[in-house]
Ligand binder design. Structure first.
Ligand code: ARG
Length: 287
């Protein structure tokens, strides 16, 4: 059992532009996710005008869609965050993009499952949500170059006998609805329960109903750190869970925005901005 060595490793960033990336979440993805649900979003605009629009003279407004239930990438901060009440690595990136482009940036907080549809509908201009670039998603949206590297991991209570993905067989497995972790577990052929939100799955684990939660590495680390008393540990299986890359999604064919975002990401990866944000928002594990 390998206890994860922390953000630094998970945050290995891509510095090579135009690098060919492997896009399957767990080694070949099919189907899953995205029942468009009802668009039950709480819209919080920092600006005044709603809706997605940009001027002919350039990009002066970007409505980002996210699902602010994914720390350290996006969460709601009662004390205020990078954009309004929204804080996290992605939110700081979005703010920086707005500052650099001189564009007004607002956040539309919607269910993760509804983000792709919202983008296709034009309700939002871009998705920044720790969203893994997958072949399946690329059929409906365009992604920027990757800005963050992650992998699925398993969170267990210390002592649970799970040392690799195959050990989950017959265990009570929890995933989050529509996340790549769900796809991975589905591909393994195991039964699982899918929860609406990460914290719900973690609660189920802490209460002893679930034996394991499969979720993205940095978010897993955050939950482990935030629940010290529960003695949760992270188990990796790099053979089973391939590396995933987060990208920002835009509507298919929106090359103007895509190019602008790619230039921004290239800059922020290159000059260490994103690595710094990852450090800043990650709560270091005690070792
Ligand atoms: N990386 C995973 C995926 O793309 C989980 C992302 C969840 N993000 C969120 N903001 N809730 O499916």
């Amino acid at each position: 059992m390998k206890v994860m060595k922390m953000m630094k490793k998970a945050a290995a960033l891509f510095l090579t532009v135009g690098m060919v990336v492997s896009l399957a979440a767990c080694g070949g993805s099919n189907s899953t996710s995205s029942q468009p649900a009802e668009n039950k979003e709480e819209t919080t605009e920092t600006g005044s005008t709603a809706g997605a629009a940009e001027s002919a003279a350039g990009i002066d407004k970007i409505v980002f869609g996210t699902n602010a239930e994914f720390p350290p990438f996006e969460f709601i901060s009662s004390t205020g965050g990078a954009i309004g009440e929204f804080d996290g690595i992605d939110m700081a990136i979005a703010k920086q993009i707005g500052d650099d482009l001189g564009a007004e940036v607002s956040i539309n907080n919607i269910e993760f499952d509804s983000l792709l549809i919202a983008l296709q509908n034009g309700q939002i201009d871009a998705i920044i949500a720790g969203m893994t670039i997958t072949e399946e998603r690329k059929e409906s949206v365009d992604f920027t170059m990757p800005y963050y590297n992650a992998t699925q991991v398993m969170i267990i209570k210390e002592g649970t006998e799970i040392a690799k993905a195959a050990d989950m067989e017959g265990k009570n497995i929890a995933v989050i609805q529509g996340y790549t972790g769900e796809t991975c577990v589905k591909e393994l052929g195991f039964e699982y329960v899918s929860f609406k939100k990460g914290p719900d799955a973690i609660m189920d684990l802490i209460n002893g109903k679930s034996d394991v939660v499969v979720i993205d590495s940095a978010t897993a680390q955050k939950y482990v750190n935030d629940n010290k008393d529960a003695n949760l540990v992270i188990v990796e299986d790099n053979d089973q869970f391939a590396s995933e890359e987060y990208g920002i999604a835009v509507k298919k064919g929106n090359t103007e925005l895509l190019n602008a975002l790619n230039a921004e990401i290239e800059k922020m990866v290159g000059d260490g901005t994103i690595a710094n944000l990852a450090d800043q928002y990650a709560v270091a594990a005690e070792e």
